[in-house]
Design a protein around this ligand. Structure first.
Ligand SMILES: [Mg+2]
Length: 236
């Protein structure tokens, strides 16, 4: 039980520029998925993603959405994966495949997770004060670990004690925050949730958490009902 409390952080628009995923991660996966599948299609983990994509494709055809023609050849699978990415589809198999492509990109140094410059020192400060720090993002837990494991300020994962994605529940529902508090062993009242999205802050407040609205240089405030903070330096 953490009596010192906990800080729960959104990623996009809070720790990280809001367009990082769209400007950096998605284009990288688009560019590299063909090459990745050509090299790794026989790996059991990758083959499982391809099976998942085949099922997704069948559903697309049944729904009359006219995806590119299915084929087991890596080039055909990659064409369908790119088609899904163009539509910002959140299919589990696609997310899993994207995660693997990104993992290689981070490992090679081609990708760096971006965080605002005040984030590393805030993580250090909160950890020193005995607080648990956790992430709640709609990006997968794997994607979260990759971003924080390979940032422009180095590996920040030693500061993080929990990663939550939408498998815990939607970010707009109070129950998700209650569940996270229980998992972290914290009373909701000693937890601070920071996000740039009003609906998420409302849900967290409804679960009893403290809230702060992140207002970054590349985002606009969406609410005056939650305390706006321009930098983590002001959060103790
Ligand atoms: Mg956000």
């Amino acid at each position: 039980m953490s009596q010192a409390g906990a800080v729960l952080l959104d990623i996009e628009g809070t720790t990280t520029p809001i367009d990082f995923v769209y400007r950096v991660l998605f284009p990288y996966a688009q560019a590299k998925v063909g090459e990745f599948l050509a090299a790794r299609a026989d790996d059991p983990d990758v083959a499982a993603d391809i099976d998942g994509l085949r099922g997704e494709h069948a559903r697309d055809v049944a729904a009359g959405r006219h995806p590119p023609e299915w084929g087991q050849a890596p080039a055909a699978v990659a064409a369908y994966a790119r088609w899904l990415m163009d539509q910002d589809r959140k299919a589990t198999a696609l997310k899993s495949l994207q995660g693997k492509v990104w993992a290689l990109g981070y490992a090679s140094g081609a990708l760096k997770g971006q965080v605002y410059e005040d984030v590393p020192r805030a993580l250090a400060r909160w950890t020193k004060a005995g607080k648990a720090v956790a992430i709640f993002s709609s990006g997968s837990v794997l994607a979260q670990k990759l971003i924080f494991g390979h940032t422009n300020f180095g590996d920040l994962t030693p500061y993080l004690s929990g990663y939550f994605d939408t498998t815990t529940g939607p970010k707009g529902e109070a129950e998700s925050y209650a569940r996270i508090a229980a998992t972290l062993g914290c009373e909701p009242g000693v937890m601070l949730f920071v996000s740039d999205v009003f609906a998420e802050l409302e849900a967290a407040r409804a679960a009893g958490l403290q809230t702060a609205l992140a207002v970054r240089s590349d985002t606009l405030p969406t609410s005056a009902a939650h305390r706006p903070i321009m930098t983590f330096d002001k959060l103790t």
